[in-house]
Design a protein around this ligand. Structure first.
Ligand SMILES: C[S@@+](CC[C@H](N)C(=O)[O-])C[C@H]1O[C@@H](n2cnc3c(N)ncnc32)[C@H](O)[C@@H]1O
Length: 374
């Protein structure tokens, strides 16, 4: 299903992967020592105190040539990533669309032509992906899904695995480790995109019914065809997960990966309430997303650096999500207080294709159970 790059495209894509690795491993790691050895001491000398918050750090860093260079290159590398894969997708697009009909036998695809795409997805190009997830320019367009599929290995330096399933594997690992006896029969993956986060559940629980819901039709078309090409069954449905058309108490497990931080202040409580409505008594909700809290509140440099994605990479809501009172939102939706947990799910990442090393990622999850008495 994946569009294959030709020689020149492949070289460009490898270059961007290497550039991003270099910026992360070799340059980003210099920022904190540079700040501690040069920028902070100079400020201390002139002000008789350290910078007190992220806005003071910001005004220092934005004038620093080293930080400016890294930041500019980091933003450009994201643009280069997308332009390098878009050529491959455009060259293969017609053939991929012609092939779609061959990949429709397993599972289903439900389309809602009248669905309105939320403004938080249309107002700007999320993480600089041109046109975001939803834009369509030709009939049966799947380009946004294909772009997402082949840009993720560049973004992650091939660490997400052959089927880009690392995040869902982290949730599965969490379930095995913490609620091992739980065998969900009906599973909903909210904001499923191209099904990276959906298909691992079909494989793990082969007797279950697994559904992926997303607003973005080009991703869902791609997800359905991709699932067929991989021979894995799942149903895909075009829905806004703030309010779906599923009956109450339809699912044992509702999950998402990287959904919440791409929504809005209004949407998050609605999505959590919808999870509560959709879960059967005793069912579990697990969302994998950005940290819902400041890891180092007393560190203004950390506070400044973690906003980089918000300010420079069109991840506009991810900073705001960290500040939301998710515990209250989850409890207000009806989840049993004693089951609400913000913790880490582990995943074994494995670099490949020239990058070496295995490492364990600890990915933040928001977990809660609907009580049996609900
Ligand atoms: C970062 S992608 C993650 C996709 C997939 N879960 C993964 O990990 O690869 C976020 C997805 O959430 C979808 N999304 C955002 N808001 C949504 C909403 N209110 N209803 C349904 N899908 C939504 C987007 O269209 C996008 O496909």
């Amino acid at each position: 299903m994946q569009p294959k790059p030709n020689h020149d495209e492949s070289v460009r894509q490898d270059f961007v992967t290497d550039l991003r690795a270099y910026l992360t491993d070799e340059i980003y790691t210099l920022i904190t020592p540079h700040y501690e050895k040069k920028i902070e001491p100079e400020f201390l000398q002139s002000h008789d105190r350290k910078p007190k918050d992220k806005s003071e750090v910001k005004s220092l860093m934005l004038n620093d040539k080293g930080y400016q260079s890294w930041s500019l290159l980091q933003r450009l590398s994201q643009q280069m990533m997308f332009t390098s894969v878009i050529d491959t997708v455009e060259r293969n697009l017609e053939a991929m669309i012609d092939n779609l009909d061959k990949h429709q036998e397993i599972g289903s695809l439900e389309i809602d032509d009248s669905l309105e795409i939320p403004r938080y997805l249309t107002a700007y190009d999320i993480h600089q992906q041109p046109g975001g997830y939803h834009s369509e320019t030709i009939e049966k367009d799947i380009s946004a899904g294909a772009v997402y599929d082949i840009s993720l290995p560049i973004y992650s330096r091939n660490a997400m695995g052959e089927e880009n399933d690392l995040l869902a594997q982290a949730i599965i690992h969490y379930i095995d480790k913490n609620i091992g006896t739980f065998q969900p029969k009906d599973i909903l993956d909210m904001g499923c995109g191209i099904g990276n986060s959906t298909l691992p559940f079909s494989k793990k629980y082969p007797n279950s019914k697994v559904v992926g819901a997303d607003v973005a039709l080009p991703c869902l078309r791609y997800a359905h065809a991709r699932a067929n090409a991989l021979g894995v069954e799942a149903d895909f449905s075009q829905q806004n997960v703030e309010k779906t058309n599923y009956d109450s108490e339809s699912f044992d497990l509702v999950t998402s990966t990287l959904l919440l931080h791409e929504t809005s202040h209004d949407a998050v409580p609605k999505i959590i309430q919808e999870c509560f409505r959709l879960l059967k008594p005793g069912g579990w909700m697990i969302h994998l997303d950005v940290y819902p809290f400041h890891k180092k509140e007393d560190d203004p440099l950390y506070d400044f650096l973690k906003d980089w994605e918000v300010i420079n990479n069109n991840e506009n809501f991810s900073g705001a999500l960290r500040k939301m009172n998710m515990k209250k939102i989850i409890e207000d939706a009806g989840f049993a207080t004693e089951t609400v947990e913000f913790t880490s799910a582990e995943a074994a990442a494995k670099y490949s294709k020239g990058y070496t090393g295995d490492f364990y990622l600890k990915l933040p999850v928001y977990v809660a159970q609907k009580s049996i008495a609900s």
